[in-house]
Structures are given as structure tokens and as C-alpha cells.
Design a protein around this ligand. Structure first.
Ligand SMILES: [Zn+2]
Length: 200
């Protein structure tokens, strides 16, 4: 359902220095407070308003705090790709099954800590809402396990693989002042009519 009072914040773009700072931890007892809850709501509204964003970190909206959100669309991309691999000879018409953009839920990660990563890495093209018009091939761990607090202040552990794991690593980097362009093996400019890529 579309939020009638959506607050869409300006996304900070490279080379703004705020993207290069180390984000501060949020005291866990302040997670339920109005300013943090409002920040989370505004981040969700802002990500939902992007045409192709799947993740957003607080520094990207000018707040140097250890919080990021990831759309469940990232999981859906993994499911779709798995389906394509498994059913590559069958006709695929998934669009009818996909929920509309504004219906995606968002996972909230506060004060995230990496608990484990796979040795295996995969290369894939990625982009960033803060680095418009550029994409790059980045090698990321295939799997990652992250411990964090959710928006209710509850600690959780989440394992992720493939694209979802990539998005988590991209967002974790944002909290350390790192952008994908620092790690990309090749950077290329997107032409406006080119293929659609997910950004975070
Ligand atoms: Zn990004």
C-alpha cells in the first residue's frame, strides 16, 4: 500500500564526503525512539521511490549512522535467477507473479557485524544510487552471515547467499565509507537505454 505521507529524502551522491565517513553505532536503547523510527520510515520511503534500488544505507541520506535497509526484492532476484537456471528450457512469464514495487518489505539492519563469509567469491556487475550512471564488476563473497538489530531493537542473525549476500556486502561497505567503485575491477558507464541493473 502506498504511504500517503511518504518522505522522500535526497540521496547523497559521490564525491560527497559523507559517503566516505565511518558510520556511528546506534545505542540499542535508542532504536525504539521517534528519531530513529522516523529515519527508518524515511529510508524505506526513499528506497521505494527509486526505480531500481534494492538497498539503502543511512550515510546515503546524509546520516552517518550504522543502519541500512534491504528490499525483499533482492531475495526475489535470487529466486528468479534460480528459477531461470532450473527451468531454462521452459517459457517464463514471471511478471504476473511479481508484487508491485511499493509492496516490497524492507529488512532493517542496525549495528551490523559480519560473523562469517564464504571463501568463494563471485563476480557480478553492480551499481549504486550514490554513484549514478556507473556500473562495475565487483567480486563479493558468495555467502555471508550478519548479526544485527532489527527496527524493534531485537538482535537477529541472518545468513544470505548470492545476490542478497552481495547487497549486504555493498551496504556494509557504505557504513565503512567504501563505495563499489573502490573495489570494481572494471567500471563502465551505463547508457540510458541499456539493460536495467539493480542498485543499492
Ligand atoms: Zn550503494
Amino acid at each position: 500500500m502506498k504511504n500517503a505521507t511518504a518522505t522522500i529524502l535526497n540521496i547523497v551522491k559521490e564525491p560527497d564526503k559523507i559517503l566516505r565517513g565511518i558510520a556511528k553505532e546506534i545505542p540499542t536503547d535508542s532504536i525504539p525512539t521517534a528519531p530513529i523510527q522516523r529515519l527508518i520510515d524515511h529510508m524505506k520511503d526513499t528506497l521505494a521511490a527509486t526505480p531500481d534500488g534494492v538497498g539503502l544505507a543511512a550515510p546515503q541520506i546524509g546520516k552517518p549512522l550504522q543502519i541500512f535497509i534491504v528490499s525483499e526484492e533482492a531475495e526475489n532476484i535470487d529466486r528468479m535467477e534460480k528459477m531461470l537456471i532450473e527451468k531454462k528450457n521452459e517459457p517464463l512469464s514471471p511478471e504476473a507473479e511479481l508484487p508491485q514495487k511499493e509492496r516490497w518489505n524492507y529488512y532493517v539492519f542496525i549495528n551490523p557485524a559480519v560473523k562469517n563469509v564464504s571463501k568463494r567469491k563471485l563476480g557480478r556487475s553492480e551499481g549504486c544510487l550514490s554513484v549514478p550512471g556507473k556500473f562495475g564488476e565487483v567480486r563479493r563473497h558468495e555467502k555471508i552471515t550478519v548479526e544485527a538489530y532489527d527496527e524493534n531493537g531485537k538482535k537477529f542473525t541472518r545468513g544470505a547467499a548470492r545476490f542478497f549476500a552481495r547487497v549486504l556486502q555493498h551496504e556494509l561497505d557504505h557504513l565503512q565509507g567504501t563505495l563499489f567503485i573502490d573495489k570494481a575491477e572494471k567500471i563502465f558507464k551505463s547508457d540510458n537505454n541499456g539493460k536495467k541493473e539493480s542498485r543499492d
